[in-house]
Design a protein around this ligand. Structure first.
Ligand code: ADP
Ligand code: MG
Length: 384
């Protein structure tokens, strides 16, 4: 991404030059879905799409923020409780306000600044434009305030802003990926300890993301319902999180009648997915792209049949992908109900795969506008 347009927009909005730039990437999760809030494992990497912010300090305790993707500039004061947007057109800035509020609540001396941002992470498609915005915002506020905060803490603060201020009950996956990703590597993420262990993709394979164009409508309620079902399952099994459960434990609980059939299916996905994610990381270490692809396929099947968070568009995109040359595995990625799929494709086949996937999906789902991206693994957030 080039900062020229951003610098021009900053100057036009604030009649001054930016003092610096920060960036934070979106992310794609290769495997380990709906495991983060169960204290389990994920295998994300940062993508080559990001939110970038131009910043400059101010002499007062005011923040002004604009976005190339939105109209107008939003202004707020850094004193007391920062009020959320009343106008729907200003709601995007709640991510920025939330980060300021959470930093202040954590005891940091946040100073006034002017911020102008842009992003090429598609909004609302499950590639975490919101986490990219939060993590970039915290970097910008830190830069303008002379603060230094480590990457894991930035991720936690960003998650807290989204949970408490914006009001979305997301896990740590998105913010930790954006904040701490390593260039050229995927990362095994332990969502209990927040430990990240990087490993490169096997040689000769590429990651292809396909946006179905289907936007998650009433997802928040379905997402919260799945979370509640997992929490109830853990409680019935006498553990704090499903991370601590085995397939045998699930079977025993079902025999004893402590887990009904529906709850068991939800829990089975989470328990199996944790196992698959650890196995997928071993595949990365061994350079075994074929086995990794098979695990991705299995993940999708469970997300469809046991966790029930796919939809016709996601299932269709995955089915088409698997018929194309060079595809080793394909699955939905993100919360589900719409958004994107991720496919593991032999690098030589990737350009034709991407073009043909988009073409065939358009034929199968004429009402949708898909977008297909081949992406490398980008670096985590930081100052430029
Ligand atoms: P996702 O994180 O999957 O992209 P979310 O619904 O969680 O979807 O977050 C998308 C929201 O984040 C947007 O509706 C907008 O409010 C905010 N956002 C993300 N990127 C930008 C941007 N470049 N400019 C303004 N707002 C943005
Ligand atoms: Mg989001």
């Amino acid at each position: 991404m080039d900062s020229t347009r951003l610098a021009t927009a900053f100057s036009a909005a604030f009649a001054a030059q930016p003092a610096g730039f920060v960036r934070a990437p979106g992310r794609v999760n290769l495997i380990g879905e709906h495991t983060d809030y169960n204290d389990g494992f994920c295998l994300p990497m940062a993508i080559e799409r990001e939110v970038r912010i131009a910043w400059a300090p101010r002499a007062d305790a005011t923040v002004r923020v604009g976005s190339l993707q939105q109209q107008g500039v939003v202004t707020f004061a850094l004193s007391g409780a920062i009020a959320k947007a009343t106008a729907p057109a200003e709601r995007w800035a709640d991510y920025v306000k939330g980060c300021a509020q959470i930093l202040i609540e954590a005891g940091h001396a946040v100073k006034g600044c002017d911020l102008f941002l842009t992003g090429d992470v598609p909004l609302g498609s499950g590639l975490s434009s919101s986490a990219a915005l939060e993590v970039a915002t915290i970097h910008a506020l830190c830069a303008a305030s002379g603060l230094t905060i480590d990457g894991t803490t930035i991720a936690r603060l960003g998650q807290r802003a989204e949970n408490r201020y914006v009001g979305t009950n997301c896990g740590i996956l998105d913010q930790l990926s954006s904040s701490c990703a390593v260039a050229g590597q995927a990362m095994l993420m332990d969502c209990r300890t927040l430990a990240l262990t990087p490993a490169p993709l096997p040689a000769g394979v590429s990651i292809v993301i396909a946006d179905t164009g289907k936007r998650r409508g009433l997802v928040d309620s379905a997402y919260n319902e799945r979370r509640a079902q997992c929490e109830a399952g853990a409680k019935a099994l006498g553990v704090s999180h499903l991370r601590d459960v085995s397939m045998h434990g699930l079977w025993q609980a079902a025999q004893a009648g402590t887990l009904d059939a529906a709850a068991r299916r939800r829990c089975e996905h989470v328990v199996a997915e944790n196992g698959r994610t650890v196995a997928a990381f071993a595949c990365l270490r061994a350079g075994d792209a074929v086995a990794l692809g098979e695990l991705m396929d299995q993940s999708h099947t469970d997300l469809r049949d046991k966790f029930e968070v796919t939809c016709a568009e996601l299932d269709g995109m995955v089915a088409i992908a698997r018929t194309l040359p060079g595809c080793l595995g394909s699955r939905m990625t993100g919360a589900g109900f719409g958004g994107c799929t991720v496919s593991l494709v032999r690098t030589g086949d990737a350009p034709a795969f991407a073009a043909e996937l988009e073409r065939r999906y358009r034929v199968a789902f004429p009402a949708m506008t898909p977008a297909v991206y081949v992406t490398g693994a980008a670096a985590g957030a930081g100052r430029l």
